[in-house]
Ligand binder design. Structure first.
Ligand code: FCB
Length: 452
């Protein structure tokens, strides 16, 4: 069986480094009747929007099976669990709280805490209540203030039992994929929409962060951003310029305002109509100091100049691809982490997502997913290399605990270290889960034997 090993001198094997698994609400919960609709319910009903024409009505039926799922997480031996809260399960359209929905999260967090687990809660992992979308969603500035109110409800209910709060997960995906490219909910398009949505999301982040800091000063309060290196096929100046613009447009657009209070220079290239409306004081709200930065990483992207647009994506040529068609690029992961560390003054980092979809097969009760285990091995070592180069990384979360609804690709892509049979809802540990668990548990022996 493929193993996951780190050098015995790695600080990732010390007590202070957290190993965890991650999920998100819409992708696993099901129980649609227990909440109001969100933009993904609506999007799933759109013909052709989801590749296998599925939806999140049942998903992994986690709302019903959560106790078993928590036992499963605990049995893996991990230190931390990253989950997200479904805004539409907590806030009703009239602004009142859905007490049953809220109780679900209070119980879940309680159980995790009782087991000694550190809980990482994301307030928004893309499931915007549909009633807000009906008023413009993230194109409407009021949505940021609605988010602030919702954050206050959660901060009061869960308080400092939560080890770390993240306001948003990957605002790039919400803004760009959802409002600019139109391939995610709510399926809107256009540069102006994408940039406007991004600004309101960042504003929502800043507003919610203030609430979290006030009510939960002892929790770690931050945000989760995704990054993909912007590489080029050649060193031609046009290609390098294309990659620089792509990096500013897709990556730095979200980080720079938070750390430095300004958008990257590429904003100057946008026409006046495409620029977001930035009201006085917005950038100060957005640039509140964060306690940590969550980084999600899967792969690099190659860009070139096509002579017409700012940048063009070059499809991966190598055979080393995951089932998503994404290149397997662990060295680029180290490069990215070191680069961000050098460019910015960053708070401590958690790797809040990393993992791979592979073509899994359940045979005789086993999933021999060596390629996924190898992915974890190389990417965990990539994190270790970044730490050795001075990057302050405090933890790592495997995406995902279990197979789930992979957005526009439905249930066709499996990212879990635990296999889910969607007909029976049976969970089976894949070999990658066993390898991850073994790595995590091997630390205990070090503590006991005194090597740590
Ligand atoms: C990230 C999302 C997560 C999952 C992984 C594969 O962009 O945050 O929900 O879909 O990709």
């Amino acid at each position: 069986m493929q193993e996951i090993n780190l050098p015995s001198t790695s600080t990732m094997l010390s007590k202070d480094f957290l190993f965890g698994v991650a999920t998100s609400s819409f992708q696993i919960e099901g129980d649609r009747k227990g909440r109001v609709d969100c933009i993904w319910d609506t999007f799933c009903e759109k013909e052709g929007a989801i590749s296998d024409a599925t939806n999140g009505d049942v998903a992994c039926n986690h709302v019903e099976l959560w106790k078993r799922d928590v036992e499963l997480i605990d049995a893996l031996g991990v230190d931390a669990y990253r989950l997200s809260i479904s805004w539409p399960r907590v806030m009703k359209e009239d602004g009142s709280v859905n007490e049953v929905g809220l109780r679900f999260y209070v119980n879940l967090v309680d159980d995790l805490v009782k087991r000694g687990m550190k809980v990482f809660v994301t307030l928004y992992h893309w499931d915007l209540p549909q009633y807000l979308e009906d008023n413009g969603g993230w194109l409407n500035r009021d949505t940021a203030y609605a988010f602030e109110k919702y954050a206050e409800v959660i901060a009061n209910a869960l308080g400092e039992s939560v080890y770390a709060y993240a306001t948003l997960n990957e605002p790039f995906c919400s803004a760009y994929l959802g409002y600019e490219a139109g391939i995610h909910a709510p399926g809107k398009t256009g540069i102006a929409n994408g940039r406007k949505a991004a600004h309101h999301l960042l504003l929502a982040h800043g507003l919610a962060l203030q609430v979290l800091k006030k009510h939960c000063p002892n929790s770690q309060n931050g945000i989760v951003l995704n990054f993909s290196n912007c590489h080029t096929p050649s060193n031609a100046p046009d290609d390098l310029q294309a990659a620089k613009l792509a990096d500013e447009y897709h990556n730095q657009w979200y980080l720079k305002p938070i750390i430095e209070g300004k958008y990257p220079d590429v904003i100057e290239k946008l026409s006046a109509d495409d620029r977001p409306d930035i009201i006085e004081g917005d950038m100060e709200i957005i640039a509140q100091p964060i306690d940590y930065l969550g980084i999600n990483y899967y792969t690099r992207t190659v860009y070139q100049s096509d002579g017409k647009s700012w940048f063009e994506v070059v499809p991966p040529a190598t055979s080393e691809l995951t089932a998503m068609g994404w290149e397997i690029t662990p060295d680029a992961f180290t490069e990215l982490l070191v680069d961000l560390h050098q460019r910015y003054t960053l708070p401590p980092i958690y790797i809040t997502e990393n993992g791979a979809a592979m073509d899994d097969e359940l045979v005789d009760g086993e999933v021999k997913d060596d390629s996924r285990t190898a992915y974890y091995h190389t990417h965990l070592n990539a994190v270790n290399n970044a730490i050795e180069q001075g990057v302050d990384i405090r933890g790592y979360f495997a995406w995902s605990l279990m197979d789930n609804f992979e957005w526009a690709l439905g249930y066709s892509k499996r990212f879990g270290i635990v296999y889910v049979d969607y007909d029976t809802q049976k969970r089976t540990l894949k070999q990658s889960a066993l390898a991850y668990s073994e790595l995590v548990k091997s630390r205990i022996n070090r503590y006991i034997s005194g090597t740590e």
